[in-house]
Design a binder for this molecule. Structure first.
Ligand SMILES: *Cc1c(COP(=O)(O)O)cnc(C)c1O
Length: 435
């Protein structure tokens, strides 16, 4: 890996132990199939911005209103990130300071609710995120979750049921977004429900932002008060979060301490000084780079291909007799449904990893097994798509997955062969940020 050797020469000399582990991880990622649905590959440009001297800079506050001097250049950088974000998503307001997706979601609560308020969100076993009101998370402890999720029978949202729950429980805010929902989310339908009960509608697009940008998934921006996202995952930016919002608050929450401010200002205040201190300027610079990359035709192609690849993989698995949650996918991910099999999701995920296919075990709708083993495996296509793989490779991947699942009981006998075949395939592709 000549690129990496040149790039990390200081680290290699100064801390060979950490250098060596980074190289090992890079080689591992370059010779296996990274199918964790929340991962992809950041570019060298993004990583150079992350690794720049901006990491040293303190500039609490926002552009034009800093609490530290020496902000001439960082103000320009943050404004560029904001302007690019607005253009990319067509948003009225953008905040690029959240340290990651979870702190971004925490800021959403602080901007519009008070502790004890009811919110509607998906429990983790149904595909929701921890921060959507799950019991062990701050969101489940400080707020009351009204749960909803895909119907166990169809694996899809039952909008009639969701409307009934919303009308009887009257939550103040509805989260719409997931970590493990393979189907299209109809924001317009959620917006109708939110409007009927005067609730805020907040989309969490951490998992699906690139396919929204590519126009192969509905756009939440016209329908939502706030939209939360990460900039890593399929967007291929730095590890961080950002928030999009409307400028005006349509409900003007009276009890909120900042109720005289508009929604955009409340979002900003919730992030800083509400939750965070100094912004991570190296990350914000890298986010600006990623937003710029995401405006290119190549990125739109990547977004479209992610979905084509997921559909091709689903078709390959269905043709080999496997069940998929909800019957397939129209996004970047699919969930293999092993409820009828002897082995668990965890057994399968471990056997796949031994063979060079990296995924995670996952609950499926109507799962009878515990969350510690589950009956499902979640597979995503963003990383393979970023490498340049297409439908033909997805057919090969389906074949390898089938061979692993047929040999779970004697996986140690077959895994080395499969792993070598996969490493051979990977050699044909350029891996962004690694090779
Ligand atoms: C990944 C994710 C988050 C949180 O992001 P972190 O950066 O891991 O904190 C929030 N919501 C959804 C839907 C996610 O998929």
């Amino acid at each position: 890996m000549p690129q990496s050797v040149e790039r990390y020469r200081h680290l290699k000399q100064n801390d060979p132990e950490i250098y060596d582990l980074i190289q090992k991880q890079a080689v591992y990622e370059a010779s296996t199939l990274k199918m964790i649905a929340s991962e992809s590959f950041a570019s060298f440009s993004v990583m150079e911005a992350c690794g720049s001297p901006l990491t040293n800079k303190y500039c609490e506050g926002y552009p034009g209103a800093r609490y530290y001097e020496g902000y001439e250049y960082v103000d320009v950088i943050e404004n560029l990130a904001i302007e690019r974000g607005k253009k990319l998503f067509g948003a009225e307001h953008v905040n690029v300071q959240p340290y990651s997706g979870s702190p971004a979601n925490q800021a959403v609560y602080r901007a519009i609710l008070k502790p004890g308020d009811k919110i509607m969100g998906m429990p983790v076993p149904d595909g929701g995120h921890l921060t959507h009101g799950w019991k062990v998370n701050f969101s489940g402890r400080d707020y009351v979750q009204v749960p909803y999720g895909p119907s166990p029978a169809t694996g899809r949202f039952d909008m009639t049921q969701i409307r009934e729950t919303a009308k009887s429980e009257r939550p103040k805010m509805i989260w719409v977004g997931a970590t493990a929902y393979p189907h299209t989310i109809e924001y317009a339908q959620f917006a109708e429900i939110a409007n009927e009960i005067d609730a805020y509608l907040v989309a969490d697009i951490a998992h699906i932002n690139a396919i929204i940008i590519a126009g192969v998934h509905p756009d939440p921006v016209p329908f939502c008060d706030i939209i939360s996202s990460t900039s890593h995952k399929m967007l291929r930016g730095p590890r961080a979060g950002f928030l999009l919002s409307k400028i005006e608050d349509r409900y003007q929450t009276q009890y909120h301490p900042d109720s005289k401010l508009n929604l955009a200002k409340r979002v900003d205040r919730a992030v800083f000084p509400g939750l965070q201190g100094g912004p991570h300027m190296h990350i914000i610079a890298a986010m600006a780079v990623a937003f710029r990359d995401a405006m290119t035709p190549e990125f739109k192609e990547y977004g479209k291909q992610i979905v084509k690849n997921a559909k091709a993989l689903a078709a390959g698995l269905l043709a080999r007799g496997y069940d998929l949650a909800g019957g397939g996918t129209d996004t970047h991910l699919l969930i293999l449904d092993f409820r009828k099999k002897e082995f668990t999701g965890k057994d399968a995920a471990q056997a796949l990893a031994k063979s060079g296919i990296i995924s995670n075990f996952n609950m499926v709708p109507g799962d009878h097994r515990s969350p510690f083993v589950t009956s499902g495996v979640r597979l995503g296509t963003p990383s393979l798509t970023a490498m340049g793989m297409k439908e033909a490779e997805m057919e090969m991947v389906a074949g390898w997955i089938d061979r692993v699942c047929q040999n779970i009981a004697n996986i140690d006998a077959v895994a080395p062969t499969i792993r070598a075949e996969i490493a051979d395939l990977c050699k044909k592709f350029v891996i962004p940020g690694i090779s």
